[in-house]
Design a protein around this ligand. Structure first.
Ligand SMILES: Nc1ncnc2c1ncn2[C@@H]1O[C@H](COP(=O)(O)OP(=O)(O)OP(=O)(O)O)[C@@H](O)[C@H]1O
Ligand SMILES: [Mg+2]
Length: 368
């Protein structure tokens, strides 16, 4: 199969050398059972590449099973992966198949593998080497034939050095490793991606697709896209929604993207034209932290000055507890907003682990 056909079948946009090289590797390894480790920042397209590998494997007649290792609470991760027998722990009222069993003869996509607890890493390595495991509480082994694709936005070598990730598992997983570069390192893809997302959005929403001015494309190419392709997609969709019908102009995008990186009080040249992406990222974090701090101070002020403590006590029906939940929910929504949906950065801003953030997203029913 030729490269371009493979890309169009899998919805992969981009003509940069980086994307072409990745696609060539994927086409070579898709049909084997070799493990693949995909590395890339949030929103670069790790999942789209994992799906492409599975779609062109001999296992494509079964669905790929995707598991986000960072989203499962530590206490139940092993029962989720390997399953359990009825009564194997308090609350195990039924026997349950784990993801390994569900993915038998298919592909298991272990997303955010860097979040896997060390004890689970030992068990995972054992399954990868022996192709068999025991369910929690069971005495017999289950044999499975599962192809593993793992993804991470963490530098796993650093995690290994810091002893947070097992070296033997790292070697086992990265038989083939794919490094998907961030969008700012493949600016040539930006125009095609932007037009693709615009076309899709307009088709889905049955609106006429606007043109991009040359200035608009320049702005998009020069922005650092810390949220990568996901951020680009969201930005294009917002621009079309706000700008219905008119051409998408430089001003439109400088408002949308500079909001994220322009830290100067007066509107000067957008910062991303003058600063390195790393500096822009760092400034973004400072600014987001500063704003969250400001919000917290304001909320504190509101609670101590505006609300009469007696009002809180009198209500006596749990309203005070509810309001703390609301504050927390609000802080999470704001942090995600500031980081354009990057959970890793939002968790860092909130000073909680990514796992806790996922738990809270579920608890508060916050969707992207
Ligand atoms: N090369 C590409 N062509 C077209 N669409 C893409 C491409 N890469 C990514 N996308 C789109 O961008 C969005 C983000 O991609 P994806 O979910 O694969 O990223 P990710 O690296 O898994 O992100 P995260 O680390 O946040 O999980 C998706 O909507 C995906 O379809
Ligand atoms: Mg992903």
């Amino acid at each position: 199969m030729i490269r371009e056909e493979f890309k169009s079948q899998n919805g992969i946009i981009g003509k940069s050398k980086e994307i072409n090289d990745l696609v060539d590797i994927i086409m070579q390894v898709a049909q084997s059972d070799i493990s693949v480790l995909i590395y890339g920042e949030s929103g670069v397209g790790k999942e789209i590449f994992a799906k492409a590998i599975h779609a062109h494997s001999n296992r494509s007649n079964k669905q790929m099973v995707s598991v986000n290792c960072g989203a499962i609470p530590e206490g139940i991760i092993e029962s989720e992966l390997f399953g359990h027998k009825k009564g194997s722990f308090t609350g195990a009222v039924e026997s349950r198949k784990g993801y390994f069993e569900i993915a038998d003869n298919s592909t298991l996509f272990l997303d955010e593998i860097g979040e896997l607890p060390l004890t689970t890493q030992v068990k995972l390595l054992r399954v990868l080497e022996n192709k068999e495991f025991m369910k929690l509480g069971a005495e017999t082994v289950v044999r499975v034939d599962v192809r593993i694709i793992a993804a991470t936005n963490k530098d796993l070598q650093k995690e290994v050095d810091a002893r947070r990730f097992r070296e033997d598992l790292f070697f086992r997983l990265k038989a083939v490793s794919l490094n998907i570069p961030p969008l700012r390192k493949r600016k040539n893809d930006i125009e095609d991606l932007a037009k693709h997302f615009a076309k899709n959005y307009c088709e889905n929403n049955k609106v006429v697709c606007p043109d991009f001015t040359n200035g608009a494309i320049e702005i998009l190419k020069n922005y650092s896209w810390p949220g990568n392709i996901r951020e680009l997609k969201n930005t294009i969709e917002t621009a079309i929604a706000l700008n219905r019908g008119k051409a998408l102009s430089e001003e439109m995008f400088s408002d949308l993207v500079s909001d994220y990186v322009d830290f100067d009080e007066q509107r000067q040249l957008p910062v991303f034209l003058r600063k390195s992406p790393e500096d822009a990222d760092r400034e973004l974090m400072y600014r987001a932290l500063f704003e969250i701090k400001k919000d917290i101070m304001e909320l504190k002020d509101l609670i101590t000055h505006r609300f009469n403590v007696e009002d809180f006590n009198r209500s006596g029906n749990g309203n005070d507890v509810l309001s703390i939940r609301d504050l927390e929910k609000d802080a999470i929504v704001k942090a995600l907003d500031k980081t354009k949906g990057s959970k890793r950065k939002a968790a860092r801003l909130l000073n909680i682990s990514e796992r806790t953030l996922y738990r809270k997203l579920k608890e508060y029913d916050i969707t992207e």
